[in-house]
Design a protein around this ligand. Structure first.
Ligand SMILES: Cc1ncc(C[n+]2csc(CCOP(=O)(O)OP(=O)(O)O)c2C)c(N)n1
Ligand SMILES: [Mg+2]
Length: 554
């Protein structure tokens, strides 16, 4: 970085300092100059996909998997508006994504006519993004532009939420002064600081409750993953010696092969042994889990007197609240505290029927999950990405050993995340993803798979073909409204430059996975199941949600 530089060059240099290796985007005339500035830099690759939702999900998947900021560059209006949904998902699930959008120049705006891609006002897009980001700026003043880039990115990092920068096309080559603090900057960004006295008191309070408890449970939430506390949380759980659960959103934030790991807790719709263990718990220590209806299984929240919750920069212990206590300082404080080890005996809850069915039997959802577990057991270097729909819940029964990673939109639950999210994750980490997707979700963004060969990516995509949006089948009166057209998924994969395999039986699915492991290209396994075959958790969830809807509707 130099004391003054063109804004476009500054942005690239800044992102490189942060260690960003890939940018995701689709160009347009209002962002063209910036786009090519970003793409010209050595050491930074620009990855183009077919549709902006794919771009947003890929940047999000990259950020989730690498722990770095995911950057998406789009054109103004048509492009920016197209990407609102993935960014809203990043906001809801605390993913640090930076959206960079182009826009019309000052001269164009002075013409007094509407400008192509504009919706209501030129500022509309900025206003929309303000709603789904933690910081959003239109960089229209060269004097402060660099400072504001830095401020937005620092907020993104501190809050682990998306940010937005709008750079109109006449600003890209404008020389801007670079704040002197950035000239010798090492590229590191700080997380939020806590109030030390509050931390000490929160830790004392929580430690006393933990030591007095007889059957505590530790719930590991998504903030621990975003704030890079994996090692510390593991050490803390071992020090407490209590069973550990995750939520749908944080699955993968605690190693699934750890002896203290019980499984995913979803309130009343959890698998029986997990629901029972939580019901019996006299204290639940929630480390970084947002309170969402998904985690409570469409049920009642945990009674405060039986919980300690550290999330969003505060700790609530029963009815006491401690402000300015960041999860990092809280976990580290507890690690230093004197804590009793409860020596709980924990058995990972496996919900799937253990017995493999005859290989010639027609494939069912449970077989897909069990065969996948069989495939993954002991293997390294596979990550699992679960799409919304039945697989969001079915995926909860998949066990990824050896820290392979697990990604899903476990709370915002937008369909379409799976394939592009996996492409972004693989680009960032090199770990081969296995995507679990319904046919409906695949019809939204699955065709981004055609991009995989260009980037040397080789995900394995399991498309569960049940003919429609079948998760709703148990609760609708007219199932024909849930149908989607029958795409030739396996044939499409072959046409797009990958391998396509059709699996109708248990044995065919097992062979397909084995073949996929040997294949260097991407692989799509079209897995035929009956329209009324759902994972047991989905069935419970959709029925509980429908009951909730009826109660509220009264
Ligand atoms: C973008 C988006 N639109 C709509 C929904 C509502 N929705 C949730 S699951 C689902 C159907 C999923 O169908 P499919 O992908 O085929 O999975 P299945 O449950 O049939 O296995 C829909 C429409 C959503 N979650 N996201
Ligand atoms: Mg389906």
């Amino acid at each position: 970085m130099r004391a003054t530089m063109p804004l476009g060059d500054f942005l690239v240099a800044y992102l490189q300092k942060l260690g960003v290796t890939h940018l995701f985007g689709i160009p347009g005339d209002l962002v063209l100059r910036l786009f090519f500035r970003l793409a010209m830099r050595r050491g930074m690759r620009i990855v183009t996909l077919s549709h902006e939702p794919g771009v947003g999900f890929a940047a999000d998947g990259y950020a989730r998997a690498t722990g770095k900021i995911g950057v998406a560059c789009v054109t103004y209006g048509a492009g920016g508006h197209n990407m609102v949904n993935p960014v809203a998902g990043s906001f809801a699930e605390r993913v640090p994504v930076l959206v960079v959008s182009g826009g019309p120049s000052d001269d164009e705006r002075r013409l007094g006519t509407l400008i192509h891609h504009q919706a209501k006002a030129i500022e509309s897009q900025l206003r929309i993004y303000r709603e789904v980001t933690c910081a959003a700026e239109l960089l229209d003043d060269p004097r402060t532009a660099a400072e504001r880039v830095d401020a937005v990115v620092r907020t993104v990092w501190r809050e682990q939420r998306p940010g937005y920068l709008e750079i109109h096309r006449d600003m890209v080559d404008h020389r801007v002064p670079v704040p002197s603090a950035l000239l010798g900057w090492d590229g590191k960004l700080p997380f939020a600081r806590s109030n030390d006295a509050n931390v000490a008191e929160a830790v004392r309070d929580a430690a006393a409750r933990l030591n007095a408890a007889r059957r505590p449970v530790v719930s590991v939430g998504i903030e621990t993953h975003r704030y890079k506390l994996g090692r510390e949380v593991r050490a803390l759980a071992e020090k407490i010696g209590a069973p550990v659960v995750t939520t749908t959103l944080s699955k993968g934030a605690f190693p699934m092969d750890h002896p203290l790991y019980l499984g995913v807790h979803m309130g009343t719709i959890s698998p029986e042994p997990i629901a029972r263990r939580l019901a019996r718990a006299d204290l639940v220590v929630n480390l970084g889990g947002m309170r969402t209806d998904m985690d409570q299984g469409v049920g009642e929240p945990l009674p405060p007197e039986r919980s300690v919750t550290a999330v969003d920069g505060r700790v609530d212990a029963s009815f006491h609240s401690y402000r300015d206590v960041h999860i990092r300082d809280f976990v580290r404080g507890l690690l230093r505290a004197r804590l009793r080890n409860h020596r709980a005996r924990v058995r990972y809850v496996n919900n799937l029927p253990r017995e493999a069915r005859p290989l010639t039997d027609r494939l069912r959802v449970a077989d897909i999950l069990r065969e996948l577990n069989r495939f993954l057991a002991g293997r390294k270097n596979y990550a699992v990405v679960a799409e919304s729909g039945d697989m969001l819940f079915g995926g909860l029964d998949v066990k990824v050993d050896r820290g392979g990673g697990y990604l899903a939109q476990g709370f915002y639950a937008s369909m379409g995340f799976g394939v592009p999210g996996a492409l972004g994750a693989e680009l960032g980490t090199g770990v081969r993803p296995i995507v679990l997707s319904g046919d409906g979700a695949f019809q939204m963004t699955g065709p981004e798979l055609a991009q995989a060969p260009r980037y040397g990516l080789h995900p394995i995509v399991v498309v569960v073909n049940n003919g429609g949006w079948q998760i709703f089948r148990p609760v609708v009166e007219r199932p024909e409204l849930l149908e989607v057209p029958p795409w030739p998924y396996a044939a499409l994969a072959r046409a797009w430059g990958g391998a396509g395999i059709l699996a109708r039986t248990v044995g065919e699915f097992r062979l397909a996975l084995a073949a996929a492991a040997r294949e260097r290209r991407f692989v799509l396994i079209e897995s035929m199941v009956a329209a009324d075959d759902l994972s047991p958790v989905s069935r419970k969830y959709i029925q509980a949600s429908a009951r909730q809807g009826k109660r509220r509707g009264r």
